[in-house]
Unconditional design. Sequence first.
Length: 326
Amino acid sequence: MQESAGRAPTYTVSCEDYVHVVEFSPHDCGSAASLLAYGGNQYVVVGTCRFKEEDVDIEGVEFITLRIFMHGVRVDTLAWSPESRLDKLPQMIRFCTAAADRKIRLFTSDLQSRHDVKVIGGHTSYINHIVFEPTEGKQMASVSDDHTCRVWDLDGSEVVSFRLWSPGVSVCWHPEEAFKLMVAEKKGTIRFYDLVTQQAILSLDSGDTPLMCADWCLANTIKVGAVVGSDWLIWDITRSSYPQEKRPAHLDKARLFRWSRANEDLFSTTGCPGKINSQLLVHHLGHSQPVITGWSTVGAGLSWHRTLPLCVIGGDRKLSFWMTEM
């Protein structure tokens, strides 16, 4: 477990409010820059991000705000649609959010005159995670403390509902096989569902609780990672239903786990926010110790750049970015 002073962020971007969630788009938007959204207490800011590693004429990081979307309630989780494009006219931005009022909001904008918001109700408790189907973006999946995983179409109609044994904490969609969905539950079970037969086809067991967050490695889909208690765990789903690796990470409970999209051996975890700081650890499967330890003032959210080994977390009126040399 780590308790070092840590490394300062490689880059920072100032924000006007506390950032609860931040997400790079994992999809190619047709632009040289990456789409990035962050949510605060009342709004979502959508912009483009570009780094000096991508353009030598940029000093550090360039963030350009495209639009601020009023949200009216604190943003708790956010997902990008693969339909978001900046290289065609009209441009198209689509993302969805979930908030403490138990509702999903689907935003669609051409960044000019059209700005639509659809409010979707159905969950009866807190929504912990939401994701778009990654190939066409015509459906969304959400998991909740109400012990369900629900799949929705863009009209807000519920397509499928899976009853869970405990609160759902994470949901991931297979990057190519749109009928496969991964759902992680707080009691330590991760199940894979076939959306055609609406049956579970595989399950993983963490052997401990509480499982706070899980992620499917989209660069190599035999790998699944999670944080349980203060540890991180890695599965090879072709080998066993039990994790192949388990190591202590944070002194207190771990909160989030995210795989890098640029390197299948790289991932990051965050600790539960303390009174002042939250810890970020960047891990590499070839190293016994974290390759980066960072801190953010009451940090929240965690996301990786689509092509660079760079992750971001939100916090008190800023975004903090860490670049990894891996």
